[in-house]
Design a protein. Sequence first.
Length: 89
Amino acid sequence: MKQLLRDRKLLAVARPDGGRAVPAAFLAGSQIVKGLHGTLTVLFDCGFDEHEALRWLFTADESLPGTPIEALCKHRGTEVNRRAQALAF
């Protein structure tokens, strides 16, 4: 898990106790949600930092509908990545 965080294939949130935790929404069983790594790459390429990427993934988008992470969980990664790429322009 630590290597996935270092490689930015996953993100973790800060917990009140000072620790870090991966949001459950990023996992489908024991696997990373399909398309998450690619979406994170697009967001980082657009200049997002980890905090901004987390916020974007969990912010409702009327055009999806729902949040980008919910769309990824429903195998709509192409739509999510198009919206992420649009942020760069």
